[in-house]
Design a protein around this ligand. Sequence first.
Ligand code: ATP
Ligand code: MG
Length: 194
Amino acid sequence: MASRARGLFGGTFDPPHLGHMAAARAAIDALGLDELVVTVAGEPQQKAAKPVASAALRDEMTRAAFDGIAKVVVRDLELRRGGPTYTIDTVEALLAEAPEDALVLVVGADAAAAMGSWHRADDLARLVEVAIVPRPGPAAPAVPEGFSVKEVAMAPVDLSSTAVRAALREGADPASMVPPGVIRVLLTHRMYAP
Ligand code: ATP
Ligand code: MG
């Protein structure tokens, strides 16, 4: 088979929101991806606090969010592996299953700025290109040292999972923050409720 362009977009997705959707769509379009693998972090390494929702519910919400979005495949690689989630492990697993395919790591500007401290950052820099999606916040996106970087053009979306959870606890309408599939899961499981 001819080589494909694949992307990897990982997150805690606690919950997935419209900023994640916009980032995924912009990356697929701008990078001409044949496939974008979306993975849910089991035990995110960069977070001080544990996720609020269980891994199973974050996986369910993420599948609901991306259902029907062309080119996206939600995989449970990081959840099945167990233990702390390191992106390098996911990258190596994806490269092992399709060594001939190029792999681009899609990250928001805040995550990009932290990449230098990620586990085995030098190996990551060697194995993938990084595509940075803008996020509202201070200054221009930081370019992680040693990484080969592309910028994805997108109108910044001012949403974070932390802000969405806080708004839902205040009783806000989820429709302006999360995709419809996620609303159903939120209601079914009474998540982040006041
Ligand atoms: P939290 O508030 O819990 O950190 P988050 O909104 O940052 O949640 P994550 O699951 O931490 O979401 O992020 C997963 C990936 O999505 C990261 O690469 C992050 O930079 C990116 N991302 C999250 N929100 C946005 C957004 N609004 N625009 C662009 N990228 C985003
Ligand atoms: Mg985050």
